[in-house]
Design a protein. Structure first.
Length: 145
């Protein structure tokens, strides 16, 4: 069952200007330490920041709140599996909102797709709920370990 869908389209040049103007202040306000390290190490630094910014916006939309009711920028983190697949991890208010959305007996699953083609970056987030397995390892449930 789909609980929420969010999408965001962002002009990478906007992030380039923001990075020039506000630098570390912007990055520290919006991104986790891990996200900053990953973006700063990439040759297309602004595009990576733009993708992650769009992912956070899309996730906040899929949660149905935007950035309010405890949902904050750093409570939504974008990471990558060893395969390269992007994943979202929620904590604090974002995680509480996800738990509120998820029906009893169900497990949340967050799917994320990122794309960029200069000058645009895009993210799509689908939050769904599946029947909780009786036993077995957890899936991509968006919760922090």
């Amino acid at each position: 069952m789909i609980l929420g869908i969010g999408t965001d389209l962002l002009d990478i040049r906007r992030i380039e200007r923001t990075l020039e103007r506000f630098g570390p202040r912007f990055c520290e306000r919006v991104f986790t330490k891990t996200e900053r390290a990953r973006c700063d190490a990439h040759v297309s630094r602004a595009a990576r920041y733009a993708q992650r910014y769009a992912a956070k916006e899309a996730c906040a939309k899929a949660l149905g709140t935007g950035f309010r009711d405890g949902v904050a920028w750093r409570g939504i983190a974008v990471d990558n599996l060893p395969s390269g697949k992007p994943v979202l991890t929620l904590r604090d208010g974002a995680l509480r909102r996800l738990q509120t959305l998820t029906p009893a007996g169900m497990t949340p699953v967050i799917d994320l797709s990122l794309s960029d083609e200069y000058p645009m970056a895009q993210a799509i987030v689908i939050i769904s709920a599946v029947a909780s397995p009786a036993d077995g390892p957890p899936g991509n449930d968006g919760t922090s370990a």
